[in-house]
Each structure stands twice: as structure tokens, then as C-alpha cells.
Ligand binder design. Structure first.
Ligand code: TRP
Length: 453
């Protein structure tokens, strides 16, 4: 039994493999869709600067916390809090809360991921002049189509997760991440030279400081949490497969920087693309004079732009763009599914393949509900992203800071980073986990709660 568990749990094969997998988890719709939207809405570089600060002040310390809990216990989030919580029945609740949030986030994330995959077909059929078929794939409200694509997307996710940590997740992300970066760069290189792109770049890189207010800081913090995959134990789980010779603070820095870099690059694509679209006569402002964002931007403005570029180039760019989104989403859905899968493997002794299929189908059942009732997405985002993740992140910090103790976490980090307890990281990081992060997160949490009530 013990032997079977060790085999089923798995390990990352290489340091690069871990960084790519964790960066794959982080880089997702949050970077390529939500980040540029937030930039468009919130005064360009003003948002960018505050977002950077949030990632470093809150995101990075919490990521180090999650990875060290994971590597210390070599368990899923529930098991991790059980084993560090020394029999206290409350602590595993933090793990269960994460499990619940992750599962619920996956139910709608999977539907949105299905939309992006559907648009690959939308672009192809538009090119072929099959307007009715193309419109079918573009219809976000079509329940049967949503259900079909959710099922497809979940199948892909299950197959990769069932393949194991190094044989499935690591192998898949090792090819998908470079592909993603390649597509992003090719698209930027094309779009940036089109008429109108300059105006988009100017808006992106000029901070409109008049837009800075508490609301902006709070959205930047929420975005940092979601984008870095923090607060529900995804990185506890990924950390549990880390070898002892790996340097946790350094690995977390690589993951944070890659996530930031991809978000930053996505801004170089989306912001210019909006103004290229405007140059082609496509409306990019809503009646209130704000830039169109969110679903309208990704699924209306950008496809309209690809269509008006016309011919082969419109097809190629359109297909590439939606493939880019689908790949980014897939490397994230696998991390979301891996959390409940690792839970049933560790805590209930189920084999990996069975666990992946069972949990995947369980989540898919909810996803099918969301497919037919897409208005649920907003509700789920509010509860599980906006409240659930910050709450989880705060509990993780408080648990580590006041119960397990930062000294013990630093001791864990000594493996792979000798001397860390004594150097400046070892002096500063504990203060962040104990005070700075919980206080900042509490502010976000209370404010999002107020917005909801
Ligand atoms: N970070 C991903 C994105 O930006 C989404 C994601 C994957 C996530 N795993 C997560 C968010 C765990 C929160 C928790 O799209």
C-alpha cells in the first residue's frame, strides 16, 4: 500500500520540468485574457506597476509558503494540513476549503476554455465561407455546444493528469509552454506593425495615474492571486512532487517572473490589436466611452479583427490566437484537476488513473450544468475566486506564520538553499508571511465581500 502510494504520487524529473509545470499552472486565461482586460480598464501602465508590486509583495511570499508546506509533507493540501496540524481538526479544513475552491473554479474555467477551443473552429469555418457553421461555434450561449467542448476539454485534461506527474503533466507542459511563447511572439510581431497598433502601445505603456485608487489596487491584488494560482493549494500539491535538492525561493521566483512576463507580453498583443481593430472600423469602446473588455473583447472584437484582416492571414492569426488561449487554459486546468486527484490518491489510496477519471467526470458533471447556464460563471467567480482564494491564502499564511512557524519552513528550505535561514531572504520573508500578506489580503477580502453584499 505504502509502496503503491509512492509510485502513484510521482515526482518532477527535473528542475526545469517543475518550473514549466508550475508556470503552466500560473499562465492561463488569467494572463492572456484577464490581465490585458484589467490593463485596458485601469489606466494602462498604472495597473501594470501596481500589479507588479502585488505579485512581489503578496504573491511571491505566499507561493514560497505553499511550496514549502507541500515539499515538507509530500501530501495533497488536506493531507498536508493534517500532518502539520498535529491532530487539530480545524487545520485540514483549510485544505478542504482549497479543494472546494479549486474544484468549483475548474467547473467554470473548463467551460470558458471550451469557448476558446470552439473559436478555433469558428475561425476555420469563417475562412471557408460557412457563416452559419462559424456562428454556431461562436455562440457562447449554446448549451449543447458548450457541453460538447467542455467534455472535450475535460477529456484532454484527464488524459494528461492520468499520465502522472512526470509522464503526463511535466511532459505535456514541456511542449506546450514553449509553443505558447512561440505563438505569442509571432502574433505580437505581426500585430505590432499594423496601422493603429502604435496607439494601443501608447495606452499600454503610459500610466494614467488619475485612475489609481483603492479599487485598482484591489483588482490588481485579486488578479495576482488568481494568475499565480495561489490560495487553494495547487502549489502545495505541485510542491509535494519537488525533490529535496531544489531551491524553493529560487523556483518560486522563476515561476512568478514567467507568469509576469507572459502577462506583460500578452498586453503587447491585446492592446495594439484593439486599436488595429478600431482602425478597421470595429467598435472598441462601449457607449460609456470605456474600452470593451472581458468576453466582448476576446470573443467579439478580436474575431471581428481577424475576419477583417481577411484571407489567409486572418485565418492564421485567428486560429493561432485561439490555440494560444486553449493551450494556456489546458496547462492550468491540469493543475486544477491535479489537486482533487492527489487528494483521493493520498487519502483514499485510489490509483492515479482511476482518480483522474473519477474526479474529472465529477467536475465535468458540474461543468455541464454551467454549460447550459452560463450566467452561473459570474456567481462562481465571485464566491470562489474573489472570496475563496484570498481567504485560503490568508489561512495558509496564518497557519504557517503562527502554527507551523516560519523557522520550520525555513529549515525545510535549507535543503536546496543552504544558509537561507540566515540570509536576507530568511530575515524578510517571515515578516511578509506573518504580517504583510495577511493584512493586505484581509483588506482585499473585506472589500470584495463588501462589493458582493
Ligand atoms: N492561474 C491560472 C490562470 O491565470 C488559473 C489557475 C490555475 C488557478 N490553477 C489555479 C487559479 C489555482 C487559482 C488557483 O488562468
Amino acid at each position: 500500500m505504502a509502496l503503491q502510494n509512492t509510485t502513484d504520487r510521482g515526482n518532477w524529473n527535473s528542475k526545469l520540468g517543475f518550473v514549466l509545470a508550475a508556470a503552466g499552472s500560473a499562465v492561463g486565461l488569467g494572463n492572456i485574457w484577464a490581465f490585458p482586460n484589467q490593463v485596458a480598464d485601469n489606466g494602462g501602465a498604472a495597473f501594470l506597476i501596481i500589479y507588479l508590486i502585488c505579485c512581489f509583495l503578496v504573491g511571491y511570499p505566499v507561493m514560497v509558503a505553499e511550496l514549502s508546506i507541500g515539499r515538507k509533507t509530500r501530501k495533497n493540501p488536506v493531507g498536508a494540513f493534517k500532518s502539520l496540524g498535529r491532530g487539530n481538526p480545524f487545520f485540514p479544513v483549510i485544505g478542504f476549503w482549497g479543494l472546494l475552491c479549486g474544484t468549483m473554479i475548474l467547473t467554470f474555467y473548463n467551460v470558458v476554455a471550451g469557448w476558446t477551443l470552439g473559436f478555433v473552429f469558428e475561425e476555420v469555418f469563417h475562412f471557408l465561407g460557412q457563416d452559419a457553421v462559424s456562428a454556431f461555434f461562436a455562440d457562447l450561449g449554446n448549451g449543447n455546444k458548450n457541453a460538447l467542448f467542455s467534455a472535450l476539454f475535460m477529456t484532454g485534461t484527464i488524459v494528461i493528469v492520468a499520465g502522472g506527474v512526470s509522464g503526463g503533466i511535466e511532459r505535456a507542459t514541456k511542449t506546450m509552454m514553449p509553443t505558447l511563447v512561440g505563438i505569442l511572439l509571432v502574433m505580437i510581431a505581426y500585430v505590432i506593425f499594423q496601422d493603429g497598433a502604435g496607439e494601443g502601445l501608447r495606452r499600454y505603456l503610459t500610466p494614467d495615474l488619475s485612475k489609481v485608487n483603492t479599487g485598482l489596487v484591489l483588482s490588481a491584488m485579486g488578479q495576482a492571486f488568481f494568475s499565480l494560482s495561489l490560495g487553494m493549494g495547487a502549489l502545495i500539491t505541485y510542491g509535494s512532487y519537488l525533490n529535496r535538492d531544489q531551491n524553493i525561493p529560487q523556483a518560486a521566483a522563476y515561476v512568478t517572473l514567467s507568469d509576469l512576463l507572459i502577462a506583460f507580453l500578452a498586453g503587447f498583443l491585446i492592446m495594439p490589436a484593439m486599436f488595429v481593430a478600431q482602425n478597421q472600423g470595429i467598435a472598441i469602446m462601449d457607449p460609456q466611452g470605456n474600452l470593451i473588455s472581458s468576453t466582448g473583447l476576446v470573443f467579439n472584437v478580436l474575431p471581428a479583427m481577424f475576419h477583417s484582416l481577411g484571407g489567409g492571414i486572418g485565418l492564421v492569426l485567428g486560429v493561432l490566437f485561439f490555440l494560444l488561449l486553449s493551450i494556456a487554459a489546458l496547462t492550468s486546468t491540469i493543475s486544477l484537476l491535479e489537486v482533487p486527484v492527489s487528494y483521493v490518491i493520498d487519502e483514499h489510496g485510489v490509483g492515479r488513473k482511476k482518480a483522474a477519471v473519477a474526479m474529472g467526470l465529477f467536475v465535468l458533471a458540474f461543468s455541464l450544468g454551467v454549460s447550459y447556464q452560463t450566467s452561473l460563471i459570474g456567481v462562481l467567480v465571485n464566491i470562489f475566486n474573489n472570496i475563496g482564494l484570498p481567504l485560503g491564502g490568508m489561512m495558509i499564511c496564518l497557519f504557517l506564520g503562527y502554527f507551523w512557524k516560519t523557522e520550520n519552513a525555513l529549515l525545510e528550505m535549507e535543503d536546496g538553499f543552504p544558509g537561507v535561514s540566515e540570509n536576507s531572504f530568511g530575515k524578510i520573508w517571515p515578516k511578509f508571511v506573518r504580517f504583510v500578506c495577511p493584512v493586505l489580503i484581509a483588506i482585499v477580502f473585506v472589500t470584495s465581500l463588501q462589493a458582493l453584499l
